[in-house]
Design a protein. Structure first.
Length: 511
């Protein structure tokens, strides 16, 4: 499929398109921030609402579970009822539910609100990307728009601690939810006035079993991955992964039999489409992994406060924004596979350089690594997402956007699980507490660096020795995790080079 520049001019004027894009990416940034900002507020929430340990886990995780589980359903729903309509409904819901979450008086109320926020977020995320696909019909403009969209999506994890730090230093914990309201009001006003409506004129019948299967399968899969990241591989993780794989396999088989499937899984038979999704997933995996251990390294090893650490993680965002804006020009001059493969290759090299970082390494070195990781991931993510969207007619953009978004969510969960599991294993193996430490303190210290830091406060000189040992063990874990990530991303770079052969950034994948 190809579109001309002339066709875009008959739809939405240039200025209006970019104004609309600014509102869309602001909403996406906010939803991404919502996934990380709450972690800073958990101590205050714990003090006020007194949740049990299980309730605390659900407060943190239920949002991402529901969001990931409903992306496919909501993406295809937008194709049927109208993407603008679904986006505006989701914006209203997200704003109202944010107020409910901010005013929560019990843990159960907050968990329910977080689940509903995940549902509302699932209506917004694929809608924004599919609207961009229909709004920017000129291929060069579309690549740049997706680059901006991807940069803001990636920025959420890094910006979350900064936003949360500012709000929590001055206001009640509910402020991390109330900040959503004005942004959603802006999205409603701009969206209502500027965005064109678009949907599939021949959507076919809605298949409820497929929608349920995608929800159950994705939630089970993400649960299993998160369980590995939290406590390691055990029976709950095995059950989650097993259920997720079986249900999603059934979902895929059902799509092959339906005359109008929710997702055209036949696209995955094409190496070019699969390669784009694979590159998309692994770019996000690398980005989320670096943000995950980078925040802990800056706070628990180098001693920065959460707000200061968040500021120092912003080079990731800066790099992603720059490369997202330049990716289209690079791909037009060279090729889509050159941009994806070189972006992933640069990311692998930057991750490998983390082995030279120690606890007292100046921030400038780490900041440069973050910048390079963001640059490499942003370039790969932008082009791969554009290839995924271009692989289907624009009438099916919601389903394609859901595939790209699902890859993003899985990449985020896998990145934290992979990095977290390796780091935890190395950390626990290398923490050798000084003699004379109480058994209870040893158990807490070997569980995490945060635990070691907390328990050390009441142990005087012995505690300082414990912190030194724990910090070095954490850095050792960071080294091993970065090497493992570099190997995975390096292999992905090679795969992208071969799988994306013949794909241009502004053309449809033939299938």
């Amino acid at each position: 499929m190809s579109e001309t520049a002339a066709s875009q001019n008959t739809e939405v004027p240039s200025r209006a398109r970019w104004i609309a894009l600014s509102a869309l990416v602001l909403a996406v940034l906010l939803i991404a921030v919502d996934g990380t900002v709450l972690h800073l507020a958990l101590p205050m929430i714990t003090e006020e609402l007194k949740p049990t340990s299980q309730e605390l886990l659900w407060i943190g995780d239920i949002y991402s579970f529901v969001l990931a589980g409903l992306l496919v359903t909501m993406g295809t729903l937008g194709d049927r009822i109208g993407r603008k309509k679904l986006l505006l409904i989701g914006a209203v819901a997200f704003g109202l539910i944010s107020v409910l979450a901010a005013l929560a008086t019990t843990s159960a109320m907050l968990i329910a609100a977080r689940a509903l926020l995940g549902l509302a977020g699932a209506t917004i995320m694929p809608s924004t990307l599919s609207i961009i696909r229909n709004l920017f019909t000129d291929p060069k403009e579309r690549v740049m728009a997706i680059g901006i969209w991807g940069a803001m999506t990636s920025a959420g994890a890094a910006v979350g601690p900064v936003v949360g730090g500012v709000l929590l230093q001055n206001f009640h914990w509910g402020s991390v939810f109330l900040i959503n309201v004005p942004v959603m009001i802006v999205l409603l006003i701009v969206g209502w006035k500027v965005l064109p409506e678009s949907k599939d004129p021949k959507p076919g019948a809605w298949d409820l079993p497929s929608a349920v299967a995608s929800l159950v399968g994705m939630i089970a899969l993400v649960y299993g991955i998160k369980e590995i990241a939290a406590v390691g591989f055990g029976l709950p993780a095995a059950i989650g992964l097993g259920v997720g794989v079986v249900v999603l396999a059934w979902f895929a088989r059902r799509q092959l039999k339906l005359p109008v499937p929710l997702v055209d899984v036949r696209l995955f038979r094409t190496g070019k489409f699969s390669g784009a999704v694979f590159a998309d997933l692994l770019a996000v995996l690398a980005l989320s992994g670096v943000v995950f251990f980078g925040a802990q390294f800056l706070q628990l090893v180098q001693g920065y406060q959460p707000f200061d650490a968040g500021i120092r993680e912003l080079p990731v965002t800066v790099g992603a924004v720059i490369s997202g804006l330049l990716a289209g020009a690079f791909a037009a001059r060279h090729s889509a596979r050159a941009v994806c493969a070189s972006g992933l290759g640069l990311t692998a090299l930057a991750l490998g350089a983390i082995v030279f970082i120690q606890g007292d390494t100046p921030y400038l070195y780490f900041g440069l690594i973050l910048l390079l990781v963001g640059f490499g991931c942003g370039a790969s993510f932008t082009i791969s997402a554009n290839v995924v969207l271009s692989a289907v007619p624009k009438e099916k953009a919601g389903a394609a956007a859901a595939v790209a978004e699902t890859a993003y969510e899985l990449g985020t969960a896998l990145g934290i699980a992979l990095i977290g599991s390796i780091m935890t294993a190395v950390y626990r193996a290398n923490v050798i507490p000084p003699p004379g430490l109480p058994a209870e303190a040893v158990a807490v210290a070997k569980d995490s660096l945060g635990g070691a830091t907390d328990v050390a406060r009441s142990l005087g000189e012995l505690g300082q020795q414990l912190v030194t040992v724990a910090q070095q063990a954490f850095v050792d874990g960071m080294h091993w995790a970065s090497v493992a990530s570099a190997v995975v991303i390096g292999a992905a770079a090679v795969s992208a080079w071969f799988m994306l052969k013949g794909v241009s950034a502004d053309s449809t994948v033939q299938h």
